[in-house]
Structures are given as C-alpha cells and as structure tokens.
Design a protein around this ligand. Structure first.
Ligand code: NAD
Ligand code: UFG
Length: 340
C-alpha cells in the first residue's frame, strides 16, 4: 500500500536519491527544503527520471507556521528527516547556527509532527557520533564518543532527544540511521552531489580534479596506522543508502520504539585506494600531494552493518568500482553541478 512521506532536505544529495526511490516504489512524496544547500533542479530531474510527480515546498523546518500549514494540508504517514547543515569545518566557525538549525530545527519538526499526530520518523545521523573508534568495526551497541566539532555534537544531541521523546511517548516510531561515507550518484548521471565552494569531502574533491575544476588533491596525512598510512573510511553508494531509508520505513510500519542502524558496507578503503579506484573507473589521472593530517580526523572508521542486514533486510549492493563510475558519470556530465 502506498504511503505519504514528507522528506525534509529532500532536494539535497542523499534526499534527492531517496525521493527518487520512494517515487519508484509508488509512494506520495512531499519535499520540504529551504534550498540553503540545494537547487530545485535536483527535484525536477527526479521527476524527469521517474516520470512521477511530487509536491515541493520551499520552506524552513524552523518556520513553525509554514510547517504547521504543510502538515494541515497533507495526511502524512511518516517523515524522513535529512534537513541539516553538514559542513564539519564551518560548524566550528558558526556553532550556534549549526545547533539552531539542526537541533532546534528537529525539535520544531517533532513538535509540529506531534501536533498533527504524525509520530513516525527516520533521522539522518552519522558515524561521527562514535567519535574516535575504540574498536573496529563499529557496532551500534558501542558507546558513542565525543565528537570533535559542533556538527557531530548536533547529531549526537538529536539522537538523545529522539530517545527521550520515545521514552516520554511510546507511540513514537523512530529509526536513527548512522551513515558512513556516501558517494556515487544515480546511474542516469542526472542527479548527484553538488557542494557549494571548495568540497570538504574526498570524492567530490577527486571528481572536481578529474574534471579540471581543481589542480590537485591534498591527501590529509600519510602517517596513520593504516595499510598505506592514509585515512580509511567505509564508502557507501548513495543509492544503497537511499534504499536503506525505504527499509527503515518498513521496519516501523508495525513496531514502536527507537531503532538505530549503521548504514555502511563494512569495508574500509584508504584515501590512496580511492584515488586509484577512481583513476581506473574514469581513465583520468588524479594529481595529489601529501600534506598534514586534518584536525579532528580519525585514522579509520568502518561499520559492522549486520544489524541492518538482520533487522532491515538491507545490505549494500554496489562495490567501489561502481561507486567511482557513477560519481564520474555525474561529474563529467555536469562539470558545474546543477549550475550547468
Ligand atoms: P545536503 O546539504 O545535500 O542536504 C541537506 C538538505 O537540507 C539541503 O538540501 C538543504 O538545503 C536542506 N536544509 C538545511 N537546513 C534546512 C532547514 N532549516 N530547513 C529546510 N531545509 C534545510 O546534505 P546530504 O549530504 O544530502 O545530507 C543529508 C543529511 O545526512 C544531513 O542531515 C547530513 O548531516 C546527514 N549526513 C550526511 C553525510 C554525508 O557525508 N553526506 C554523512 C552523515 C550524515
Ligand atoms: N580527505 C583528504 N583530502 C580531502 C578530503 C578528505 O585526504 O580533500 C580524507 C580525509 O582525511 C579522510 C577521508 O579523506 O581520511 C574522508 O574524508 P571526508 O571529508 O570525505 O569524510 P569524513 O569521514 O571526514 O566525514 C564524512 C562526513 C561527515 C560524516 C562522516 C561519517 O563529512 O559529515 O563522513 O563517517 F559524519
């Protein structure tokens, strides 16, 4: 049976890929995005790829009146909550903005949801809540760590707020998804990651070097305790991640409470592994230089994804080669992202 899903931040990178999968599965989709870090073009392209319609509101989750109106106009079954600010470095410069947008924004959203008796939410958390891993792979039952920046703190705070909410009102159905490192793009090459300014993350930086927008990649540190000294992460295809959200919604169709899952592949690759894999997939050479470590980075971070496999019936399907091919298709077809 089809459901009506309200997606906050649905015009963004992970949001647009998830909206596409929801439409393909036959759900009604309402997107709320203030377009702070996105373009409506992503949603127009999702409509073009799927041949389906969606409802879009350019609105801020902090705007109670606007949110109240949207929930009054639609009979929403569940919310997938992507809206948030996510630049780690920026969060150390403007922490209050990050806490206000991410934490207050989520509180506001949950208050409006409760008022309209919508008590089902999937939340975008992050592997960053584990802090510096005490052991690998990371399992959901491990204690969370101490995030090194306001962004990470905001994610951990929201997780705790959602647990308190469920404690106070057991009717809530909440899935907390801890993403590892999403890369790749839809196979059409029509939607993908389009960061503003200089990319913070590895893959968009690599693709911008490949397309000629940047001269060379800086590899942050080659003296970590990893197989080649560079940082190791669990890269996951954004389409796999998107499908994880559909499975999360299935999980809370029946069961109330809070459920927390890692969404990763379980395999870690180093920065230099990524450079090599991308070069192979794209046929381009990626110039790079080795520089100092980036403050706040951990040596290695990868998931134990068995809880999602056992309880959500989800596992990542796409490997590294496909992730690199799809990232490159998106970037080479759209050298300036959605700006043309
Ligand atoms: P994104 O910036 O592409 O998407 C976030 C969207 O939220 C944007 O479209 C932005 O315009 C919108 N937004 C921000 N604040 C808003 C507000 N107050 N009201 C309405 N809309 C607002 O980022 P993404 O990579 O798609 O990430 C989605 C979510 O996943 C975020 O919460 C992010 O913190 C989380 N996450 C991302 C990663 C990653 O590496 N991309 C990793 C872990 C967690
Ligand atoms: N790196 C470089 N050069 C760059 C960018 C990154 O060498 O220009 C390295 C980093 O040092 C790290 C790896 O590439 O070893 C991955 O870095 P990213 O910035 O792509 O990703 P992070 O693991 O630091 O963080 C990302 C998101 C966070 C999220 C986390 C979850 O940015 O929001 O994944 O694991 F919390």
């Amino acid at each position: 049976m089809s459901s009506t899903i309200l997606v906050t931040g649905g015009a963004g990178y992970i949001g647009s890929h998830t909206v596409l999968e929801l439409l393909n599965q036959g759900d009604e989709v309402i997107v709320v995005d203030n377009l702070h870090n996105a373009s409506e073009t992503s949603l127009n392209r999702v409509k073009e790829i799927t041949g389906k319609e969606l409802t879009f509101y350019q609105a801020d989750i902090l705007d109670t009146d606007a949110m109240d109106k949207i929930f009054s106009q639609h009979k929403v079954d569940s919310v997938i909550h992507f809206a948030g600010l996510k630049a780690v470095g920026e969060s150390t410069q403007i922490p209050l903005t990050y806490y206000h947008n991410n934490v207050t924004g989520t509180i506001n959203l949950c208050q409006v949801m409760a008022k309209h008796n919508v008590k089902s939410i999937v939340f975008s958390s992050s592997a960053t809540v584990y802090g510096d891993p005490q052991a690998l792979p990371l399992v959901e039952s491990m204690p969370t760590g101490i995030p090194t920046n306001a962004y990470g703190h905001s994610k951990l705070m929201i997780e705790e707020i959602l647990r308190d909410l469920s404690e106070s009102d057991p009717d809530w159905k909440i899935v907390i998804l801890r993403y590892f490192n999403p890369i790749g793009a839809h196979e059409s090459g029509r939607i993908g990651e389009d960061p503003n300014g200089i990319p913070n993350n590895l893959m968009p930086f690599i693709t911008q070097v490949a397309v000629g927008r940047r001269d060379e990649l800086s590899v942050f540190g080659n003296d970590y305790d990893t197989h080649d000294g560079t940082g190791v992460r669990d890269y996951i295809h954004v389409v796999d991640l998107a499908i994880g959200h559909l499975k999360a919604l299935d999980r809370i169709k029946e069961d109330k409470g809070v459920f927390t899952y890692n969404l990763g592949t379980g395999t870690g690759y180093s920065v230099l592994d990524m450079v090599k894999a991308f070069e192979k997939a794209s046929g381009k050479t990626i110039n790079y230089k080795l520089v100092d470590r980036r403050p706040g980075d951990v040596a290695a971070c990868y998931a134990d994804a068995s809880a999602a496999k056992n309880e959500l019936n989800w596992q990542a399907e796409f490997g590294l080669e496909r992730m690199c091919e799809d990232s490159w298709r998106w970037q080479s077809n759209n050298p300036n992202g959605y700006k043309g």
